[in-house]
Design a protein around this ligand. Structure first.
Ligand code: SAM
Length: 268
């Protein structure tokens, strides 16, 4: 199982509705702009979740490309395959593990993984699998988050007060990964060359806190634990965290930057 990011079917639907437009779609656009795969690419979106990076790639690259999305979670893949978008219908969707990719050697020109490597239990093994399925000269691009932004830190403080320190810690776990050192080392050990690390800053755009904060929490692995504490807990967390982001409210939106890291390498 993935360490720390397992969503049930309801949360996977909410993930697509809330987190994808808020942050994962902007990150997918920024990642594809940075990597610029060619029109005839064979591209794997590894740990694809509900498939936003694969769909965005399919739209950019057109019908000459082959785009495959793979995720450990059958619930995420079910949502990915069912998204009402022709680009989703033009991708292949596979349930599988980053540690044992169900593809032949040298199947892909590009392997992209957006916010997935921090949950893989053995990063070196995943890097070796990525190397195996890439063609010679192929490219890998991995993104992970930088430090949490104010939305995450303010919500963590509110969670600690109303839901306890363990849930607050889990909320911040996507940021608790030293990608800057772990990822280049794993890629080097797997045989990759030309390893580069760069910052990637994207705008998180959400509805006003009373709408978006509950959806963010419920589409996170901590959601069921917060809900189980009683129906008054989530509104208290939201009311406590919301004032901290007041300066980022623009009309009916909350807009704030979120820092990520992109690590790229070439199949040597
Ligand atoms: C934060 S989500 C990111 C999903 C997607 N890349 C996106 O941008 O929306 C992390 C994803 O990693 C997947 N995951 C965790 N461990 C995995 C593994 N060992 N192999 C494949 N996918 C995994 C989870 O199921 C989850 O969908």
């Amino acid at each position: 199982m993935g360490k720390g990011y397992v969503l049930d079917a309801d949360a996977a639907v909410l993930y697509e509705a809330q987190k994808v437009p808020a942050i994962f779609a902007p990150l997918a656009a920024a990642t594809l702009a940075a990597v610029a795969p060619s029109a005839g690419a064979t591209l794997l979106d590894l740990a694809c979740g509900t498939g936003i990076l694969a769909r965005t790639a399919r739209r950019r690259l057109g019908s000459a490309a082959r785009v495959v999305g793979l995720d450990l979670s059958a619930a995420m893949i079910e949502v990915a395959a069912g998204v009402d978008d022709p680009a989703a219908g033009a991708c292949e969707w596979v349930v599988g593990s980053a540690l044992a990719l169900p593809f032949a050697d040298a199947s892909f020109s590009d392997v992209l993984c957006q916010q997935g490597m921090q949950y893989v239990p053995d990063v070196e093994a995943a890097a070796a699998e990525i190397h195996r399925v890439l063609k010679p000269g192929g490219r890998v691009a991995l993104t992970v988050w930088g430090p949490p932004n104010l939305f995450f830190t303010a919500t963590a403080a509110a969670l600690e007060r109303h839901a306890g320190p363990e849930i607050a810690r889990d909320w911040l776990s996507p940021f608790d990964f030293d990608g800057r050192s772990v990822l280049p080392a794993a890629l080097l050990a797997a045989g990759f060359g030309t390893i580069e690390t760069a910052p990637l800053v994207v705008e998180r755009v959400m509805a006003l806190p009373e709408i978006s904060f509950p959806a963010e929490i419920l589409s996170n692995p901590i959601g069921p634990k917060v809900a189980a504490l009683g129906e008054d807990v989530l509104p208290r967390v939201v009311a406590d965290a919301a004032p901290a982001v007041a300066r980022h409210v623009a009309g009916d939106r909350v807009v704030m930057p979120q820092e990520a890291l992109i690590v790229t390498a070439t199949h040597a």
